[in-house]
Write a protein that binds this ligand. Sequence first.
Ligand SMILES: Cc1cc2nc3c(=O)[nH]c(=O)nc-3n(C[C@H](O)[C@H](O)[C@H](O)COP(=O)(O)O)c2cc1C
Length: 389
Amino acid sequence: MVKQKGMLINIYNNLVTPLLKKDAGIDAEYLTNLSLSLLAFTSKNRNRPLISRIIKDLNQEFCVFDKRLHQKICGIDFSNPVGLAAGFDKNGDAANIWKDFGFGFAEIGTVTKFSQSGNPKPRLFRLAKEEAALNRMGFNNNGAENLVKNLLKQGVEFQQSRQNICLGINFGKSKITNLSKATEDYLTSLKLLIPYCDYAAINVSSPNTEGLRKLQDPILLKELLREVKNLDNCPPLFVKIAPDLNYKDIEDICQLIIDENIDGIIATNTSLDRLGLEQRKIKQTGLLLAEENGGLSGRPLQLKANQIIRHIHNIDNNIKLIGVGGIDSPESAWERICSGASLIQIYTGWIYKGPQLVPNILNGIIKQINTHKLSNIGEAIGSNLKWIE
Ligand SMILES: Cc1cc2nc3c(=O)[nH]c(=O)nc-3n(C[C@H](O)[C@H](O)[C@H](O)COP(=O)(O)O)c2cc1C
């Protein structure tokens, strides 16, 4: 095989990007599942000769190594600050491949105690012009027990013995579990998966599971977090919050995070607010965004998600923050870090911009570190330093 630098980027740009330029055409969920199947096959067969050559090429194209990007956060080594956000690899099918796309970490899930099929299709829609998406997937996943099996199949070992793969696991509540029994649901999944995750994300912010966001109420959240913290070998804990909370709600959650000694916050999940796109029509259903159920992600979320990171950082800069929502360029990644995020995650932007987004962001950050004469990324966090061309 002739090795050609940028081959995978070319394939993505020529085959996938044109499909993403239109709302209609190939169904968004079908396209996601197709690419995930390819990645899962590669992840499971990474030691076969041909596949291992492909993985080597991936590494050359997408991985950026620079010790100034390294951080130790909550005792975890992150080789770089860019992670894959939850929801793309819900069953950990490709858990072992994300580092080869240059990610410093990946968040698997959301996983629930019970396997569940999620909401009726279609449930994921492209908003191509705005580089956004609307989804109401509803935690479709194969359940916590299956996730353990899946990770083992790919040789993802207990977290103490593996190298170079930093995995967070995102936990949610099963649809059939009553809200009053939510804690038990989370605990069952966590007990099974604690040995495999570097950190656990407690998801109380998906808009697509009825009542889930009520768990953001400080009284309910306190009860849930206390039980989780009491688990044997509990990993660092991050609470994932919605962008639709008001500042008072956010302040209450921050106080709780401080009082209960929780490690950090992931801000934010998708939005129920239509963020100026209320009158935008979804081609497949003929309904306006204002009339559709589901959470909005991608570029329209960028401003709000960044403001929330800044607000939390101003409340207490000891709360570790993972910034997510609308990051789609080196500039928006830098802004999120300078607003207070120690780590960032991407999902919708990664789809629209393609896998080159990860090295583009990392090279952009390195350039800014040089321009601002910083010694490492840690000095940029919450610094409000501007992007300089
Ligand atoms: C199709 C889809 C599915 C998602 N599923 C989950 C999920 O299961 N759990 C979760 O915590 N967030 C989920 N998210 C939210 C993302 O993790 C992220 O918080 C949000 O999309 C904002 O980031 P983005 O603008 O970079 O996409 C999902 C997002 C999308 C687009």
